[in-house]
Design a protein around this ligand. Structure first.
Ligand code: ATP
Ligand code: MG
Length: 407
């Protein structure tokens, strides 16, 4: 007898589909290997196939589950939930649907839809959506026809009405030539592009709320982000580093198989000197020092850009004119994915991706800030007030970067 349990996860991607066939093929292969790494990192026993160019996850150990004592719908549900969770956390994926496999035939599908309807007794309304792939005569039903008769069968079973505009539950049938997949649940993925398809950047990560979100956004677009924490000495401390490393650990769960171990650069002496010697433009020199550190590590790890969590007008050093002054120290592009984002929105995203920390430790560099910081600096004035050789010495400390193992 055919299994009625969820044995696959159907994966949908978005922007990859708009690429030329050559680029798309390469991105699909990267997506498949990233999905494999994500499933393995989470201990989900599953195979990733490329079917009709789209990845399909098949749970692997179902026969063993069947053979053992634990054969129950709940077991299948947990396995497919874990697999769908892994898929929905993989960059490039738009949707993950835990699905039941079935023969792509009218009677079998009607039968399956009715049996799935029994689990959806509480739903107040529903819709059936059918799509078919393969030769025209591959199926003994038409898509619209199956939607109609399937809908009637479900309505009879549950008493719930069809609502095509905002259904409580959508029964989605994807019929291919050899098999069909039926799902009633969808998990949204992050979208974006597969990690590793857009090279590498260095991310300046402070352990505050913004910078991990910024790194995540750049990772979402397919760029691996090597995180760098700058130890500010007396203005920072072990608790700051520990927090930064813990957010980096969380970020790394989105990048299994890539070397995103934390890099730590000790800049305490330079920061102390800045605090002693520089007045209103101190924060700008601090940022310039950090960007030069980022650039130096970037050259070391083969990265093409530096990412920060800065947002327009959030702090005195984050005004338009000041960005021009800070960016002058690097020839690499500075990515500021949060430039236009409001703090409330950034906080909400940090909670969603699991990098939010509600301790009140004042991280970032606010403890270094002077009482009247400059918001409209001129490059010459900032450079003139800077301690001798600040940028050259920033490069030097960055060359002594320390790699932290997650252990
Ligand atoms: P967050 O890191 O969440 O932005 P914050 O807003 O308090 O915390 P800012 O002082 O605004 O930090 O710093 C702006 C940006 O500079 C940060 O987003 C981060 O990219 C970088 N940065 C600040 N402090 C450090 C640090 N100690 N190590 C690495 N990068 C840092
Ligand atoms: Mg900030």
């Amino acid at each position: 007898m055919e299994t009625r349990q969820r044995d696959t996860v159907v994966v949908s991607y978005g922007e990859i589909g708009t690429k030329s066939s050559k680029v798309r093929g390469r991105m699909e292969r990267t997506l498949v290997s990233n999905l494999e790494a994500m499933l393995a990192a989470r201990g989900v026993d599953a195979d990733v196939e490329r079917q009709w160019s789209r990845p399909l996850i098949r749970l692997r150990n179902l026969e063993e589950v069947d053979a053992g004592a634990g054969r129950s719908p709940a077991t299948y549900r947990t396995l497919s939930d874990d697999a769908a969770d892994a898929v929905a956390n993989t960059f490039g994926v738009v949707a993950a649907r835990p699905a039941v496999t079935c023969a792509p035939e009218r009677e079998a599908l009607l039968d399956l839809l009715s049996s799935l309807a029994d689990d959806q007794a509480a739903a107040e309304s529903f819709a059936v959506r059918v799509s078919r792939a393969g030769p025209k005569d591959a199926h003994d039903f038409g898509s619209r026809e199956l939607e109609r008769v399937g809908g009637a069968a479900i309505e009879e079973r549950t008493g719930a009405p069809v609502d095509l505009d905002s259904p409580d539950v959508t029964y989605r049938v994807e019929a291919r030539e050899d098999e069909a997949f039926v799902s009633t649940e969808v998990r949204d993925g992050p979208g974006g592009l597969p990690l590793g398809t857009q090279g590498t950047a260095v991310g300046l990560v402070s352990g505050g709320i913004d910078s991990p979100v910024a790194a995540w956004e750049v990772m979402k677009r397919g760029c691996v982000v090597v995180p760098v924490y700058v130890d500010l000495g007396d203005f920072g401390g072990p608790d700051h580093e520990a927090r930064a490393v813990s957010t980096m650990r969380r970020l790394a769960t989105f990048a299994p198989g890539f070397d995103v171990r934390p890099r730590v650069v000790s800049a305490g002496d330079l920061v102390a000197e800045l605090a002693d010697e520089v007045g209103a433009t101190r924060m700008l020199s601090l940022r310039r020092m950090m960007l030069r550190i980022g650039e130096t590590v970037a050259r070391d790890v083969g990265a093409h850009a530096v990412v920060t969590g800065e947002s327009l007008g959030q702090k005195s050093s984050q005004t338009g004119p000041n960005f021009a002054v800070t960016d002058a120290v690097t020839s690499l592009p500075v990515y500021r994915p949060l430039l236009t984002r409001d703090k409330t929105d950034i906080v909400a995203q940090a909670r969603r991706i699991g990098t939010y920390d509600d301790s009140t430790l004042p991280v970032g560099c606010e403890r270094v800030a002077p009482s009247r910081p400059e918001t409209n600096a001129a490059l010459e004035d900032v450079a003139a007030a800077e301690p001798d050789g600040l940028l050259r010495r920033a490069e030097k400390v960055a060359q002594a970067v320390r790699v932290v193992e997650f252990g």
